[in-house]
Design a protein around this ligand. Structure first.
Ligand code: GDP
Length: 471
């Protein structure tokens, strides 16, 4: 096994397969590596050690345990705990905001924070999130129990605001605190999240109820509190979500069925699989035709798809390659457009192009389990491609690229490609972009002008100049 620094690199299977799982309950856990072949990123043995010890904590303190019942009963009776109290089990409850991609990037960040803080990580999944993922931790559950105190009233709990908690008294902390790290109203919390003072105040709170739609993991890499530990866990900073994502998000048997049936039917036999993720936001008033020409200009300029010949040119020889194009989009227009182009005209090099789109849901739906199941299956299918073209700013695309270990071709703002050569550009890392970066240093003074001073592995994102990402 290869070695980096003091920590061995281990096989990907060791990441996802802990003892204590029933194989039939989550087939993807045992089959995923045969679909994700030739992926060069391997987790470190230290990451595996941390995850195995987190699993022990989760069994000891998770729902169904004696510790859980005792701790939660006690905390629900008292509003505050003394800073000097030792709480045997602390919790982080993740609550949902926005679409599936947003949810997955924030869950991965929240889980990493939980591991670093020895907090038990619980998720509030309503029916719309049912059965998308397998249980990640053996002999326990990550699902928030239905009778958890204050459930359905999170926003009435004391709120964390700029290094302080509303209702905090000296030497005491509230037992339950609502932490908003959403883009928009949670920006001021996010921008200070890496500061020791923030982490210290949060560390004293027994139960954190988190709402976030951001990939805030980069903040943990900026903090001097966690820097050393986290550096040992991840020797490749571009593969943080890649490992956390494969660990946490194993497709349920139902989702795995959608993924593998589509894959075997349309993608498996192609010489090359190309994923196109076309996310058009409702506020973008760009004609489909402009987006279509941008897709063509990106894929043709960078030889992702072959150029087209005139309709009546002679047939080429048969040493051609077959390419399968997987289109993920809410709209059917782009897959239909491509399919028709490559049917009505031959390719210059004789390559044969198949275009496939699993679904076209028309608009983003909330509260719909099958809609989320399809979204998850499509994210995963994109991750199984050899080449990826993604839409800017989209967390849907971020999750696909990170799980796939792929540096995507990122389209510039859709429909705005005045210059054909700049319809898209190559991403420099497969990590998701964090859209809310720190602005001032933790001492409250100087403006941060060079983000890499906080961690040399951080740079501005390709698609969002004010965002930051690991590489
Ligand atoms: P973002 O808004 O692009 O950052 O991605 P999110 O995943 O957070 O939210 C978009 C949501 O819209 C997804 O979760 C899906 O529910 C839906 N959606 C957007 N694009 C697609 C797509 O290509 N396929 C499917 N099935 N759903 C999509």
């Amino acid at each position: 096994k290869p070695v980096t620094g003091q920590h061995k690199l281990v096989d990907n299977d060791e990441l996802v397969v802990a003892s204590g799982f029933v194989k039939e309950s989550c087939i993807s856990r045992y089959q995923y590596s045969s679909y994700h072949k030739n992926k060069p990123y391997k987790p470190s043995s230290y990451l595996i050690t941390k995850l195995r010890s987190y699993e022990k904590l989760h069994t000891r303190c998770g729902p169904q345990s004696l510790h859980y019942r005792k701790t939660i009963r006690k905390l629900s009776r008292i509003n505050h705990v003394k800073d000097s109290d030792t709480i045997p089990c602390k919790y982080l409850v993740w609550t949902p905001a926005n679409g599936l991609g947003n949810r997955m990037v924030s869950m991965a960040s929240a889980f990493l924070y939980s591991v670093l803080e020895n907090r038990v990580f619980l998720v509030e999944f309503e029916a719309e999130m049912d059965c998308l993922f397998c249980e990640p931790f053996p002999n326990s559950t990550w699902l928030l129990p239905k009778n958890f105190p204050h459930k359905n009233h999170w926003s009435q709990l004391p709120a964390f605001r700029k290094n302080r908690v509303n209702s905090e008294e000296d030497g005491f902390s509230p037992s339950f605190v609502h932490l908003d790290l959403q883009h928009g109203h949670g920006d001021h919390n996010l921008r200070q999240f890496h500061c020791n003072e923030t982490l210290f105040t949060l560390g004293k709170i027994p139960v954190l109820i988190l709402i976030s739609d951001q990939y805030f993991a980069p903040y943990l890499f900026m903090s001097s509190t966690f820097k050393q530990e986290i550096n040992k866990m991840f020797h490749e900073k571009a593969a943080v979500f890649h490992h956390l994502g494969h660990y946490l998000f194993n497709p349920s048997n139902e989702a795995w069925g959608l993924i593998t049936r589509f894959y075997e039917a349309y993608l498996a036999n192609a010489d090359e699989k190309i994923g196109l993720q076309i996310r058009v936001y409702p506020h973008q008033k760009v004609p489909s035709q402009n987006i279509m020409s941008q897709i063509l200009s990106c894929t043709l300029t960078h030889n992702i798809l072959p150029s087209l010949d005139s309709p009546n040119s002679p047939l080429r020889n048969t040493t051609s390659k077959s390419k399968a194009v997987l289109v993920a989009s809410l709209s059917p227009d782009f897959a239909e457009g491509l399919k028709s182009l490559y049917w009505t005209r031959p390719t210059m090099n004789g390559d044969v192009i198949g275009v496939y789109q699993p679904s076209h849901e028309e608009y983003q739906k909330f509260g719909d389990n099958m809609h989320n199941m399809k979204a998850w299956a499509e994210i995963y299918l994109l991750s199984l491609c050899d080449v990826l073209v993604t839409s800017p700013v989209s967390t849907f695309g971020y999750v696909a690229q990170s799980l796939g270990g792929l540096k995507p071709w990122i389209m510039v703002r859709l429909g705005n490609n005045e210059h054909p050569n700049s319809a898209c550009k190559r991403g420099f890392s497969m990590e998701p972009c964090l859209h809310v970066a720190p602005q001032y240093d933790c001492k409250g003074g100087s403006k941060i002008t060079n983000i890499s001073k906080l961690n040399p592995h951080l740079s501005a994102c390709e698609d969002v100049w004010w965002g930051v990402k690991l590489n």
